[in-house]
Write a protein that binds this ligand. Structure first.
Ligand code: IFM
Length: 831
């Protein structure tokens, strides 16, 4: 099914869904708008100004390109290509930054190369196409057009910077190209940026046989980076950063570019760079393609890294891949790879922005969070080099249907991060994780929610794949012992049951989902209590369906015992957030600050463990007290004072920021799920739209960050920055909002026996179509809603034949897996 095309010109850019690209027509965006390149072997980040960095396996310990976070000017260095008119010395860059000529507008819009700005200076037309796994920069300046394409080929540990240069004038032109990247001195980014007394003296960078090699031996391993150029002769080079830039200069005007010649510097110590100059004689109308390539590996011999991965010499890679044909072929392969990744779920709904997000960018973001966790972005500098337990378990939820094998591998690893007593290691480090031998955290170090996410994700994995035997797989605990996957789940619950507080709620420990609330070992968290209740409900269902009747009984029995505890947590109009060590309540109307919190109330509804009237009341209070036009605040009023007995580290944030009353988008995604569970389509959709990035495409000045990806949070109503979003890309928002919109608004959910079709739509939607892969079958589902209902399914036909009604007492229709075949078209009539 081809998604509808959305190509209206917006403020800074537009969604080109057919090409699966976001096109930035004005690169002077309010903040850097970035993209991801590559795979978990070798990855990179690139901004609309070509700022960014590259890394081998890890942004923290495999740093290839240096980056100065939060720098001025913003987001430098990066992958820069300078162009210089050798007739008069005027120079610019293939991306608008770092030279930063006066911007003309869009390449598409411009016709006249002689266009001057008000001061009579030539202007540059510059646009950027961020695609999935690549970014293309187009520029026109004084009759020279360029197209620079950056990407990392599939499965490779090198990157392409391919630059096509065209002389659009009717006179011959001589144009020099200069590549520039600042190479990291050290694989470890902290060593590189902070331990200067060491890292400044280890680097050795040489030109050999036409290629640049960073050769230094560091404490960790021999480091080998190479940089080469194909498609032109080497006219000069610099490998010493300061020789290229010149003292007291910035990247906007390197001395070598200004004078038109490199100095042939080879660095021993200080800082390395990768500059190779090409001089192009361009006849009128002529195009030349210069291909810069940079990668990890030895210059001449095959190289095995510390993990035993064999890498070929740069020389060989250049010979094989350094041609225009190879660039086109490899770029096509990347496009095809992403087409395949996204194919398992595509939609056509009445909301074009929803389509752009689900079909392309939202799905892409869920893959990036799965790949990079919270390790590499313009915000995550590499410090969090590992998998945060709760984040990782939640990140998997949105990609199970697309990459089940990769999820199984990750799930296995994260399950082995659970300790024998049922808690979880806060951080699992994949490169060094050693199940059975990890140190057990102290009770105070555990997060109360970490293992409680497991039932949801494991159940969904089993529902999506149908692989019930997975539950019997035996996996070690982090510290000692082993258990089946199902026992791991029970143990997660048992851990909470073993650590209940005086009021019967789960002890909050170091934190629950909210990193900034410390209830400790004597205070109790209502959020974790609801998460535990939800886990028990999920385990009971899973146990029933897989013949584990004793376990189902156990879960139901414990859940029943929890009933009075949940009831006691009702504050009158909503559920409390928790109870402090001194017995004081957080999230209660009796307080002046932090009267109401979002998390317990959404999870009361999602868990289905409280009476419906309570769930509805709680969600109505959320709507009345926390909801804004940009999303739902996490709490209100925000805190300015301590609450006795609770560690409120959120007090470090001004009111309205982050966890202190900010619009935390991750938790906003739960509002969609909660309203979906309650069957209130208008509310679910209103919440979805409130923080939908694409909605802000024509309000970019307000939202500021990329309109094609979710952010961790939006500044809340109590902040002077209300409406500004921050921390884009690597956030649990990606996963949960994807689950929210696809499984609870569009309502297509996997269950063990089949596919549940249970739309929960806003008023006026006549229906929608979705193609979805389920257990290896590609299905097309057309939902028809002539009466504009919110919920309810009256009939389902498969290939025109009505499916026998399957009444299991739940809302929507469950289409049994046996009734489905690859390629089937289902028509679902709401009624
Ligand atoms: O839940 C956490 C997450 O693990 C890291 N970022 C902040 C979230 C809310 O505190």
């Amino acid at each position: 099914m081809a998604p509808p095309r959305t190509e209206a010109l917006m403020q800074y850019g537009y969604f080109d869904d057919a090409a699966r690209e976001y096109v930035i027509t004005r690169p002077d965006t309010p903040r850097s708008w970035s993209n991801y390149l590559g795979s978990r072997l070798y990855g990179g980040i690139i901004t609309q100004g070509a700022g960014g960095y590259s890394f081998y396996k890890s942004g923290g310990t495999g740093r290839v390109l240096r980056f100065r976070f939060n720098g001025v000017p913003q987001d430098e260095p990066g992958r820069f290509v300078y162009l210089r008119d050798d007739a008069d010395g005027d120079f610019w860059s293939a991306s608008w930054q770092p030279v930063g000529k006066t911007l003309r507008g869009t390449v598409e819009a411009h016709a006249d190369d002689a266009t001057l700005d008000a001061a009579g200076n030539p202007t540059q037309a510059s646009s950027v196409r961020h695609g999935l796994g690549y970014s293309i920069f187009n520029s026109s300046y004084r009759g020279i057009d360029s197209e620079a394409t950056f990407f990392i080929p599939q499965g490779q540990a090198f990157e392409y910077w391919s630059v096509k240069v065209t002389n659009t004038t009717d006179a011959p032109r001589t144009v020099s190209l200069f590549s520039y990247a600042e190479l990291s001195n050290e694989w470890n980014y902290r060593q590189d940026l902070e331990n200067l007394q060491y890292s400044q003296y280890v680097v050795v960078c040489r030109m050999k046989d036409g290629m640049i090699h960073r050769l230094n031996s560091t404490r960790e391993r021999t480091s080998e980076l190479w940089f080469g150029m194909a498609g032109a002769d080497v006219a000069g080079f610099d490998t010493d950063r300061d020789a290229f830039l010149g003292a007291y200069r910035t990247q906007s005007a390197p001395i070598a570019v200004e004078r038109g010649a490199c100095s042939g510097s080879e660095t021993t110590g200080d800082n390395a760079c990768s500059t190779i100059q090409a001089r192009l004689e361009l006849a009128p109308g002529e195009t030349r393609q210069v291909i810069y390539m940079m990668g990890v590996g030895a210059p001449d011999a095959s190289w095995e890294d510390a993990d035993g991965v064999a890498l070929r010499p740069g020389r060989e890679i250049m010979a094989e891949f350094g041609t225009p044909e190879a660039v086109s072929r490899e770029l096509e392969a990347i496009r095809e790879e992403w087409r395949e990744y996204l194919a398992p779920l595509q939609v056509a709904t009445p909301d074009e922005q929803m389509n752009s997000m689900i079909n392309v960018w939202h799905a892409y973001q869920t893959h990036m969070t799965f790949n990079w966790s919270r390790g590499v972005s313009l915000i995550e500098a590499g410090d969090r080099d590992g998998l945060g337990y709760r984040d990782t378990v939640q990140d998997m939820l949105a990609v199970i249907h697309a990459i089940p094998d990769a999820v199984r591998e990750r799930l296995n690893m994260i399950l082995t991060g659970q300790t024998e007593e049922g808690g979880a290691m806060p951080l699992v480090k994949p490169l060094t994780h050693n199940p059975g031998h990890e140190k057990t955290p102290t009770l105070e170090q555990y997060r109360s929610d970490d293992p409680l996410w497991l039932p949801i994700t494991v159940a969904n994995f089993v529902y999506e794949t149908g692989d019930v035997e997975y539950l019997d797989q035996v996996l070690p605990y982090a510290d000692h012992g082993e258990a089946t996957v199902f026992e791991h789940l029970k143990q997660a619950i048992q851990f909470s049951l073993n650590h209940l507080g005086n009021n019967g709620l789960v002890q909050g420990l170091q934190a629950d989902w909210n990193d900034c609330i410390q209830f400790g070992t004597t205070g109790e968290s209502m959020f974790s209590t609801f998460l535990m209740a939800n886990g028990m409900r999920v385990i009971a269902e899973l146990a029933d369906q897989t013949g584990r009747h004793d376990d189902a009984e156990w879960a139901r029995h414990v859940l029943d015992g929890l009933e009075p505890v949940l009831e006691n947590a009702w504050d009158g109009e909503w559920y409390i957030r928790g109870i402090s060590s001194t017995g004081a309540k957080l999230g209660s109307d009796a307080l002046d600050e932090g009267k109401i919190y979002l998390e317990p109330n959404v999870w009361a509804a999602i868990s289905g463990t409280v009476p419906e009237a309570r769930a509805v009341g709680a969600m109505d209070s959320v709507y009345e007290r926390l909801s804004t036009e940009h999303g739902v605040a996490l709490c209100a009023p925000a805190h300015t004072k301590e609450v006795p007995g609770v560690g409120l580290s959120l007090l470090v944030f001004p009111p309205g920021h982050k966890e202190n009353g900010g619009i935390f988008c991750h938790a906003n995604a739960w509002t969609i799920v909660a309203e979906g569970v309650l069957g209130r389509g208008d509310r679910a959709y209103e919440y979805y739209r409130a923080f939908l990035p694409a909605k802000y495409n024509d309000q970019a000045e307000l939202h500021q960050v990329e309109p094609y990806v979710y952010s961790q949070f939006v500044h809340g109503p109590e902040s002077p920055r209300f409406g500004q979003a921050r921390n884009p890309w690597l956030t649990g928002t990606a996963s949960w909002s994807y689950v929210g919109v696809t499984q609870y608004i569009l309502g297509i959910r996997p269950e063990l026996d089949g596919l549940r079709i249970d739309p929960c739509l806003p008023e006026g939607w006549g229906g929608f179509a979705i193609t979805r892969r389920f257990r290896g079958m590609n299905l097309t589902i057309n939902v028809v809603n002539v009466d504009g209902l919110a919920t309810g399914v009256s009939s389902v036909t498969i290939e025109g034949i009505e499916v026998a009604p399957f009444d299991d007492g739940k809302r929507g229709a469950l289409v049994p897996v046996e009734a489905l075949a690859d390629g089937d078209v289902l028509t679902v009539t709401m009624g």
